[in-house]
Ligand binder design. Structure first.
Ligand SMILES: NC(=O)C1=CN([C@@H]2O[C@H](COP(=O)(O)OP(=O)(O)OC[C@H]3O[C@@H](n4cnc5c(N)ncnc54)[C@H](OP(=O)(O)O)[C@@H]3O)[C@@H](O)[C@H]2O)[C@H](O)CC1
Ligand SMILES: [K+]
Length: 496
């Protein structure tokens, strides 16, 4: 498990270390030293002259930057410290360390420079360090700090954020960093959603000596392969189709045919022993050609959803409701019938829109919304104004409707616990990708996992499929069916 903490717990840890007798300047020197080593490693001199601009705000995050300035200058770098206030206004440990900065370092007050002058200085650097705001951020970035965040994001020079990208703790704007040197703990603000990509490559450094064990409960846990392997289904070699379990899928409509096919393909590729696809004729005609492995049940020629359900409920432990289903009267009838299923179910896409009318969960229902769907289920929800809004939204959905996988960069699984799926990336942002995921969740439920475990294993394998495709073929232009077809190898990584 990779543990992510909120800034308040990290600030409390800092304060605790200081009150237990470790001088705050020692902590700052340790932090700045580790960050300087990151810079020297990322940009080895190799006989080249190296340049850095270090943006320094009013707090200790800027103080770390001043330590880095000294260390880089002593390693032969040409360094400019760009202050958001006058040098005389520096306070605390930052003011102390300012006295030890070699005379080769140039000091500039950003307020005296035009946007063009700041950008010229940034663009002439090998790296720009962001020491504007850290864990002491309150509210949206203001004044000079806000201006410099905008300019950092316009510059072509790579940015290394000190501790965390400035502004990320707020509703924005925030720095888009290429690298982040994180101090004491991974920050929950960088774990999920649009902020996830803001950190670039993250390196974690201890502040003094393994102080992380003094931190309280993490705000979020990042799922690693071993965590997923502990939950993944075990399928013995003597298994028959019934051992693997069956999945009944209510999905697809005349307009959205592919969603049903991709969901079924996801279920088959994730190891379901039986897949029954119940849909309209136009969907099943397409399925007949491309999905010989699935059993097809027509829903539009006198056979209603309730009778399909009663025909298959004994052989299908799991049900998928919603991908491409539509929201018309026929879809509503399907959803109402599906609500009577007493096995495990995953609700996705159009199926989600019926959940508020279907009453409370039997405890074996889970859902896989993206942010738009989640916001509608919550009667409007703002996911952006603070970094914890995604986790809070996912928790609320789990309380209202059942364990929830909230899709997006750093998908969250909320149930008894809340976890982040580390695997994946933009390769998954293609049409039908979520349909494949619903199929994989269905297969995990059919294999006998509980809802939260099914979301974790299927979500991780889906993300891992994206990673494997990216490594082999690149992150753009992949098809959802390729994600599905990659699932067996991903399951192999956690099930063997
Ligand atoms: N000793 C330690 O605690 C260590 C901390 N480390 C590093 O320090 C930061 C946390 O430092 P802190 O000083 O608590 O916070 P910041 O650096 O984030 O700065 C807070 C000041 O910035 C101003 N501020 C706050 N919010 C905004 C905003 N939205 N817009 C503009 N300015 C803002 C404010 O100053 P004022 O004078 O304007 O009130 C705050 O006081 C941590 O992230 C680490 O990098 C080290 O790791 C060592 C140990
Ligand atoms: K920062």
């Amino acid at each position: 498990m990779k543990k992510y903490y909120d800034s308040a717990s990290v600030a409390k840890l800092d304060a605790g270390l200081i009150s237990s007798g470790i001088p705050s300047a020692v902590l700052m020197e340790n932090a700045g030293g580790a960050i300087a080593r990151d810079v020297l490693e990322l940009f080895p001199a190799n006989g080249l002259p190296r340049r850095a601009v270090i943006c320094v705000g009013a707090g200790n995050n800027g103080g770390d930057g001043i330590v880095v300035a000294r260390r880089l200058a002593l390693s032969g770098w040409a360094v400019t410290i760009l202050l958001t206030r006058d040098r005389e206004a520096l306070k605390g440990d930052g003011a102390v360390f300012a006295r030890f900065v070699p005379s080769s370092v140039r000091w500039e007050a950003s307020g005296r420079l035009s946007d063009e002058e700041v950008l010229r200085a940034f663009d002439a650097s090998d790296v720009v360090l962001d020491g504007l705001l850290g864990t002491g951020t309150t509210g949206e970035p203001r004044g000079e700090i806000r201006r410099l965040i905008g300019l950092l994001n316009r510059s072509a020079a790579p940015c290394l954020s000190i501790d965390l990208p400035s502004g990320i703790e707020s509703g924005g704007p925030w720095v888009q960093a290429a690298f982040t040197s994180s101090i004491a703990a991974y920050k929950a603000s960088c774990a999920s959603g649009s902020r996830r990509t803001a950190c670039g490559r993250v390196k974690l450094h201890a502040l003094c000596f393994g102080e992380a064990d003094q931190l309280e409960e993490p705000a979020l846990c990042g799922l690693e392969r071993s965590d997923v392997a502990a939950l993944a289904p075990r399928c013995p070699n003597w298994a028959h189709k019934g051992t693997r379990g069956g999945v009944l899928i209510f999905a697809g409509s005349d307009r959205y045919r592919g969603a049903a096919l991709l969901s079924a393909r996801g279920a088959l590729r994730a190891g379901a022993g039986l897949v029954v696809l119940a849909s309209s004729s136009s969907v099943l005609d397409a399925a007949a050609a491309s999905l010989p492995d699935a059993i097809l049940e027509r829903l539009d020629d006198g056979s209603d959803a309730a009778s399909v359900l009663s025909r298959w409920k004994d052989r299908c432990r799991a049900m998928i409701v919603g991908p491409g289903l539509g929201r018309d009267g026929r879809a509503e009838e399907v959803a109402a019938a599906a609500a009577g299923f007493d096995g495990s179910s995953v609700w996705d896409g159009d199926g989600l829109s019926f959940l508020p009318r279907l009453g409370t969960s039997s405890g074996r229902r889970c859902l896989t919304p993206h942010e738009g769907e989640a916001a509608r289920l919550l009667g409007g929800w703002d996911f952006e104004s603070a970094p914890d809004r995604r986790a809070e939204g996912a928790r609320r959905l789990a309380g209202l409707f059942g364990p929830t996988l909230l899709k997006g960069p750093g998908s969250l699984v909320a149930g008894e616990k809340i976890s982040v799926i580390e695997a994946g990336g933009r390769v998954l942002a293609v049409p039908g990708s979520g349909d494949v995921l619903s199929g994989a969740v269905g297969a995990m439920l059919a294999a006998g996992l509980d809802c939260e475990a099914a979301l974790v294993v299927a979500g991780w394998c889906h993300g891992r499929a994206g990673d494997r495709l990216t490594e082999r073929l690149g992150a753009d232009g992949r098809l959802a069916q390729e994600i599905a077809d990659e699932l067996p190898q991903c399951l192999n990584e956690v099930c063997s």
